[in-house]
Design a protein. Structure first.
Length: 418
């Protein structure tokens, strides 16, 4: 079997050129593009009509464009699916397309979601749009590419401003840099004050935004103790009272696990206020918010329901999950507070981002961009990092990663970017 980078680089062999097996006629694609809900969606449909591999970039609102593509391809008789990184991402996709066509990447590859595989072991589909593409590590991307049937169309779509995958590589960034396939840049902006703030961060600017509905609130703090106190106050009282967002729909995000304002300290303080208890089920009580991590890079938000001889019973976005007792310590963490790496791919009605003084050295533009974009309706920033926040946004785009994929793509794929 090919190594991860070589397998991804070999995507051009079956998908880099014009046309694809099982395609509908050009007139059908053009009619679908003409009926698209936005100019960017039409541009994406036209690009996919003529190419087997297409890259698409944009923020949260731009997810409607690959969704429109999948719906259009389905109307042309193609077996079309869209895959997200998280279950929350899949849920948001399912609001835009047929529920059966919305899957997670992990569920698709495991055969638990989507079309299953044909007699040759390939996925039984004609088109797959992978959203949250920055979260594809090189091994997952290789597995996906190797699972596609000959002639299938592959669309990699995502926001290049967010943090890269937990696993090795930067597949999406390398694909964009190689410029060996059409690249459709969405012109659909994310709305509201949060969208305006995050868009500016993406180009290295930290701007004040007008937020008449308290969509964005900055809470200055002087030390770690005040940061923890104000965070708990926001989640338990201020956000529910001022905005009507209950505590269980507000997510705290902080740069690291350790330290006086890391996830461990914040989760302990939030549990004491929101769901005090002895932790009789492996350190957890019914009603505790948790993050279930079945594999590296996959953090599923959930709530503890109960425990018995089978293990710890969780409710993860409506899905019942049983974690065997022997796996609880390694795979279940308190989830009131997460890192941005754990939160990527999921959004909540409200987010409280905590920036303590001791986190200044670890801040990057990508971290800030990811953390600040997790809230749909409201963002509170508990700010103790002083000038380090603006410096990170302006001067430190991301932590560097060195890969071979860009050069492999440039060698193996013809130049079709436009």
């Amino acid at each position: 079997m090919a190594t991860g980078s070589h397998a991804v680089g070999a995507v051009g062999a079956g998908r880099g050129g014009d046309g694809a097996a099982g395609s509908s006629d050009a007139a059908g694609w053009e009619a679908a593009a003409a009926a698209a809900p936005s100019p960017s969606a039409a541009e994406l449909i036209r690009a996919v009509a003529g190419h087997g591999l297409v890259a698409h970039t944009g923020g949260e609102a731009a997810r409607a464009e690959p969704a429109a593509l999948v719906a259009a391809a389905g109307s042309l008789g193609l077996r079309a699916y869209a895959a997200a990184h998280t279950e929350d991402g899949r849920r948001r996709l399912a609001e835009l397309i047929d529920d059966a066509a919305a899957v997670t990447v992990a569920g698709l590859l495991a055969g638990q979601e989507g079309p299953g595989r044909d007699e040759d072991g390939a996925l039984a589909l004609d088109l797959i749009a992978v959203l949250d593409a920055p979260q594809l590590d090189v091994e997952t991307a290789a597995m996906l590419v190797e699972s596609l049937p000959d002639g299938a169309r592959l669309v990699l779509s995502g926001d290049p401003g967010v943090l890269w995958s937990a696993g090795p590589g930067k597949v999406f960034a390398d694909l964009l840099a190689a410029r060996r396939c059409p690249q459709v840049v969405s012109r659909t902006p994310d709305p509201g004050p949060i969208g305006e703030l995050v868009s500016a961060i993406g180009i290295g600017e930290l701007n004040q935004v007008e937020a008449p509905g308290k969509e964005v609130v900055i809470v200055p703090v002087r030390d770690a103790g005040e940061a923890v106190h104000r965070t708990v106050q926001l989640v338990a009282d201020s956000v529910p009272r001022a905005l009507g967002v209950p505590s269980e729909h507000t997510q705290v995000i902080t740069p690291g696990h350790g330290g006086a304002v890391g996830t461990r300290a914040l989760n302990a303080a939030l549990k004491e206020r929101l769901n005090p208890g002895p932790g009789r089920f492996g350190g957890f009580d019914p009603g505790d918010r948790v993050a279930y991590v079945p594999a590296p890079g996959r953090a599923l938000p959930g709530t503890v329901v109960s425990a018995d001889a089978e293990g710890l019973h969780l409710d993860c976005a409506g899905t019942a999950v049983v974690v065997p007792r022997e796996q609880v310590a390694d795979t279940v963490r308190p989830g009131w507070a997460l890192t941005a790496h754990q939160a990527v791919g999921t959004r909540w009605p409200a987010a409280v981002v905590v920036l303590p003084q001791d986190a200044a050295a670890g801040l990057t533009r990508a971290w800030v961009y990811t953390a600040f974009s997790r809230g749909e309706r409201h963002l509170s920033v508990v700010h103790g990092a002083d000038a380090a926040l603006a410096r990170a946004v302006a001067e430190i785009p991301a932590t560097e990663r060195t890969t071979r994929l860009r050069s492999l793509l440039q060698t193996q794929l013809p130049s079709t970017a436009r």
